[in-house]
Design a protein around this ligand. Sequence first.
Ligand code: PLP
Length: 264
Amino acid sequence: MLRTEFVRLQLPAFSEPSLEGWAFFENAGGSYTCQHVINSLSRFYRQRKVQPYGSFPASQDGGAEMDEARTRLSSILGVDYDELSFGPSTTTNTYVLAQAFGDFLDSGDKIIVTDQDHEANSGPWRRLVERGIKILEWKLDPETGQLDPQKLDDLLDTKVKLVCFPHCSNVVGAINPVKDIVEKIHHAGAVACVDGVSYAPHGLPDVGKLGADIYLFSTYKTYGPHQGAMVVRRSLAEKLPNQGHHFNGGTLFKRFTPSGPDHA
Ligand SMILES: Cc1ncc(COP(=O)(O)O)c(C=O)c1O
């Protein structure tokens, strides 16, 4: 049974006088931040806000805490430690990935996007048309709002290199059968980029089991700080050109976050 009183106690916004009387139904706008996160941020800024991974205690503690975040979240998501990176937002993460795919793909290659997605997993890919990539749209059924996986079959061919679709649509709320769709995509020789932003607030998935090559969500919608969590599986991350500092290219989780992570 969900103990709502216990849950409310974890979120200080519920006892904040200036927010009294307000109900917050705007799922996509983000979630309140829980007390544990606020405590950790506060400790980091008070005690550990120095260059991490140095030789003195504050720096070592800060670096260890950053590593712990990656270790714990990657294990929940069922992927390797270095397959998870943190960028400023999901939109920034897809933007950077689109630059990488733009360099990696050949003119005439195809990318499939949907009309069931948020702009974050659509616009950056569509703009690759300017670099000679063909963009195809997997359209939802206007009667049901659902994406029919059989319609994807009609679009897949050997020129398709990437298919981008949402785990859960922020437009119609449909939850897509990610594992089945990814199997189709892999069978056709392409890779899958799944936007999990609307899904993750309802439970973090086992990305390893889903099989997605890229999985993205935003931690400001999962009771955390404003960050974009991005999984890029090793086989793809090693192939895509490094978008970070040239000397960071050898570290998987630094290849697609040119700005580096927010240490806190
Ligand atoms: C389904 C979905 N994807 C992506 C985004 C963009 O996330 P971010 O704000 O981290 O760029 C949103 C934001 O509301 C969203 O609802």
